[in-house]
Design a protein around this ligand. Structure first.
Ligand SMILES: [Zn+2]
Length: 65
């Protein structure tokens, strides 16, 4: 029997950061906080969340902060 297990990333969640300006292009309200969860899966069924990656990206200049 072959076991299919490993990790997979879930659907990310985005939140626009209002009133915050990008340190690269100095545009306000362009920063988006993105959180992407990583799940442990067994036969592609998510068992539990291992980790969540958080980062902030500017949708104007596409830089990650
Ligand atoms: Zn920017």
């Amino acid at each position: 029997m072959i076991l299919f297990l490993g990790t997979k990333t879930g659907t990310g969640e985005t939140n626009v950061l209002k009133g915050v300006s990008s340190s690269y292009c100095h545009q306000t309200n362009t920063l988006t906080a993105i959180s992407i969860p990583t799940y442990f899966h067994l036969f592609w069924i998510s068992i539990f969340k291992i980790n969540t990656t958080h980062f902030v990206e500017c949708c104007h200049c596409k830089k990650s902060l």
